[in-house]
Structure formats: structure tokens, C-alpha cells
Write a protein that binds this ligand. Sequence first.
Ligand SMILES: [Zn+2]
Length: 509
Amino acid sequence: MKKLLTFMLAVSAAAPLSAQIQVDTSGAGALVAQAMDHSEVMQNLQYLSDAIGPRLSGSAAMRKSNDWVAERFRAYGLAASLESYSFGVTWERGPISVNLVSPFRRALLAYSWAWTEGTGGRTVSGPVVRVSISNAEDLEANRDRIRGAWVMLNEPSFVWNPDGPAMTAADSAARRAEVERRQEAARAANADTSAAARERRQQFGIDRPFLMKKYGALGTITDGSKEHTLVTMSGSPNRVSPLPNIVVSHEDYLMLARQVETDLAPRIEATIDNRTGTAPVEQWNTIGEIRGTERPGQVVILGAHLDSWDHAQGVTDNGASSMAVVEAARIIARSGLKPKRTIRFILFSGEEQGLLGSRAYAAAHAAEADSIQAVMVLDNGTGMILGQALQGRNELEQLWTDLLAPVAHLGAGRVRQANKGGTDHLSFVPYGVPAFNFDQEPRGYNHTHHSQSDTFDKAIASDLRQASAVMAVTAFALANLPELLPRGEKRPVTPSAPAQPSPGLAAGR
Ligand SMILES: [Zn+2]
């Protein structure tokens, strides 16, 4: 799940469908039994995590996982294929070494933000400075300070530490005041809401690392924004940066900020050797299919993203859900039940870089969008499914209550009116496809995801058996509904493309 993406509200004015749609759940018992008694989800997840490892889109491991999942589908009797799309340039994380050298010497835990350049393997050292650069005037005013320096551009994040000291009333009042101060500053900076001003701000955001590099900055330092020295990873081939950007732990980011504030003049040295590709490459979504017996041209899609960040094992985000989708395929295939519509199981790639694989899939299949019964994505960690969020399709509340009734005893019966962002179901919403992202128990997901602690030991076997069962049961019932669900509102789709720096700035990358 990518938190940074904003979500456009899907509007649906349709009247409640209440009991008009008859849900046949007669297959549920056999599917749940298959899920509980013959599960292969944990052994598949262990192979994915420990043998293949993390799956950064564009890497060899990504392709290996695409092929291996296709093999699993075939072993379960499904038809399987890989569908390609143009992804962007590859990026390979190389060695990194970062030391604080003054006011004392100590190694810093640091990672490169993905799709940023290194130092070409050279060791570069300089002072740490903290400046705010949100427009061309800020940049000009700080030209001399950033030259030869490592630059902290942002104020420290607010990090919730579940084991940290309890906040006093005074602490939380101070934090609230600080949040309000930042919101006010952001409002002031974005006061001009004209389209031209918005476009100018956006272009400056794209140009900033190019301009900072041109003015001699050594790189930027980013707050890891998690507790206990975990760091958040992100980045995209749509936002390749020529400037090194190192992510340090929240604790070290706070230390550097304090040292700057109190004139302790911190200095760091860094040696980084990343590799960015020069031409766009293809990536693949892996697709498995159980063909419908009566309406094979109509499709129910179960999805998860197989790609992950590369500094752990990509288990809670999103290997666990990927293997639950593969397991749902196994459950239905091995149950011997035959769906009337086709059920398609899609393991997307490129999710972490901006839903690239699912957006490409939805665009390539736009002509068939009206025959997609529903899309259901699992991407909120390793936890059991609690139920469904209606994603603006509140008229489907009774339908979802009925679909989940046979798994309500497993804890999955909750239906709520909510819009969820940040994952692959969103790619289908603009095409009017009913698309959902299951609610799950958090099980620490906000701590592990995108961090170096996203490892196999976090996977919970009983939760994954339950999630696989819930997906199999609901997908099968949707495949057998008497009718296609009503469409949502259709919206224009802008293709995802690499951000282009202003003319003259891209040279030298
Ligand atoms: Zn995810």
C-alpha cells in the first residue's frame, strides 16, 4: 500500500439494491474446508520470502517471482500467463556507507531513497544544513548554504511509537500547536490556488533536485519516519532524481536537526553506488485464470501486488496477500466447484512505484471494463480479513453483507461505508468497475510495511488461511450472481508518465 497517493472520491447516486441480488453461497462450506484443511499459503510464502526474496520492480527477482507464480497457478490446474507493460527505467541499490563525522564520529543507519543517484562510489563529505526550499526564491536565497552541503529539506515527521513514553497533556497540546503551525504554513505556501500556480509548484518540485545538484548540493537527507530506527522506503522511475537522497532513522534525523539548531555544526560523509537504467524496460503482471462455465467473457478479479521494496523480504507488503490470492486460486480449483463467470487472479507489479502494473492492466483492458464483475484487492498486511469497505458503492451494502455471511463466523462479516486509498483497486475505479480493498486486522502493518522489518516472521498462518478462504468464497459467489453489478461513474484517466524536468535541467543525468 502506498500512502502518498491521493484518492478521488467515487460518487454513486444509485438507490440501495438491498435484497434485489440473490447471492448463492452454497459452495462456501467446501471452499472454507479446503482453505482450512489443505492450506499451502505458508509454504508458498516462505518460498517467495526466503528463496526468491524481495521483489523490486525491474529487478531479476521480480521476474523470477512472476514466473514462479505462473508455475504455481499451472500446478493448481489454472491457465497462467504474464502480461507486459512499459515500466520505466530500472534502479539497483548499491552499497552505501554514511558516517556522522562531527561533532563526534558514528556510523548512521542509512538507505538510498529508490530511484536516486549515488555519489558514483566516491566519498563526499560536508556540513548538514536545514533549509526550506519550496520555490525558486527560496532556492536563490539559500544558494550559498546548500553548496557543498547535505540538506535537510523537511521538518521532522510526527512518529507514533507504541512503546514510547506516554504523552502528558502539555506534550499533546504542544504537538497540536505544532501541527496547526505547519498546516498554516502549508496553507500560506499554497495560497494561490490558480491552475497556473499549481502547475508552477508541481514543476518546481520536479526541478528541485536537478537545480540543487546544479548549485552544488551534495544530496538530501530524509526522515525515516518510523519508530525504533525503522526507515520508510519509496521512490519511482517516474521521479528519477540526479541528487543522492539518503533516508536515515527518525532518531538520527531528530539528532541532526537538534545539532543544526544548537550550532553543533554536524558533518557527514557518504559513499553511495546506485545504478539507474537509461532506457525504459518492460515489467509483467502474472495472471491465473479459472474459466467460467456459463459466462466466460465476464470476469471476477482477485488481486494483490507481488512487487515489494528491496531492503527486507516484502512479506506484509505484499507477499502475504499475494500468496493468499494464489491460495484462493488453489482453493477454488481443488474444491472441484465450477464458477459460472471466469475468476482471474492477478499479481500486479509496479504497485510501489505508483500502481503502475494495475494502471497499465486496467488501461489495456479498458474495452472489457464493463464485463468485469468486480475487483477485490488485498494489500493491508498479513492480518485476517475483517470485512469490506464499500468504496463509495454504498448501494452494495446488503450485497456485501450477504457475500460475507458464510464467513462471518470467521470474523469477516463487517461491511462499512469507507473509501480506501493507496492500492491497486483504485486503478479500476475510473472505468466504472466495482473495485474494493478488503479491511484487515492491522497486526503491526504500519510498523513493518516499507521497512527493513518486513520479514517472513511477521506472517500469521491462521490469518492467511482465513483471508484466503474469504477471498475464495466471495469471488466464487460474485462469479455466480445472476447479473453483473451496476457500474460506477466513469472518469477520464491520465496515463502515468515520467516527470520531466524543465528544459536544460536533465542534461548530465
Ligand atoms: Zn502494498
